[in-house]
Design a protein around this ligand. Sequence first.
Ligand SMILES: C[S@@+](CC[C@H](N)C(=O)[O-])C[C@H]1O[C@@H](n2cnc3c(N)ncnc32)[C@H](O)[C@@H]1O
Length: 201
Amino acid sequence: MLNGRSHPNRFFRGFVGNPRSVGAVLPASSSLSRAVAAATAACAGPTDPEPCPLVELGAGTGALTESIRGMRPVLVERDEAFAAVLHKRFPELEIRIQCATDALRNLQEPVGVVSSIPLLNNPQSAELKRTLEQCFAEGRVRFLVLYSYGLADPCGETSLPRGRRAARVWRSMPPASVWVYQPACAMARGAPIHCSPSPSA
Ligand SMILES: C[S@@+](CC[C@H](N)C(=O)[O-])C[C@H]1O[C@@H](n2cnc3c(N)ncnc32)[C@H](O)[C@@H]1O
C-alpha cells in the first residue's frame, strides 16, 4: 500500500516551488499521522450515530489522509499537482482544489476539521485563523485537529476554544505536537459533540 513516504519527491518539489505554503520538506510521518487520526477519532466519536462530516485542509500528497481515510474526509488542497496525486491515491474521496479559507466560508453544514496547513511563517495564517474563529462562533466547525512543529499553542492568541495538546510525537522530523480545539462543553462530556454555537464566541 502507498503511504506518504511514497511521494517525498513530489512533495519536496512542491516545497521548493512554494516553501511558505507547503511549510515542510517532508510529508507527515506515519507516527504523526496516526496521532492525528487518534485525536480526530476521539473528537468525531466513533459511536456517534450521526457523526459530522470531516474536512481535511491542506491534504498535500495524502500522508495524513491515509490514516483518516476510513472517516471519509473531504480533501481540500490548493496545489493542483498535489491534488492530482490525491485523486490517484483516494479515488473514493471527494477532493476540492480550493483555498482552505474559501472551503470554510462555503460550508453547508457543521463539520469537523483536520488541518496541516502551516500556521508559522505562512502569510495566509492570519486570514485562516480569522475564518476558523468565525466558523467556530457560528457552530459550523465543531472541532479542529492540527499539528504544529512549534512549542506553543499555534492558535493561542485567537478566540478559538482553548487548545489541548493531545500528543507529542517525537518520531517526526521535526518533532511535532497534535492540538485539539473543541468547545468546553463537548470536552467535558467527551465526544460526540453536540454544542450550540456560543453567543459570546
Ligand atoms: C505541511 S503540508 C501537509 C501535507 C500533508 N497533509 C501532510 O501532512 O504531509 C501543507 C499543505 O497545505 C497546503 N496549503 C497551504 N495553504 C493552503 C490553503 N490556503 N488552502 C489549501 N491548501 C493549502 C499546501 O499546498 C500543502 O500541501
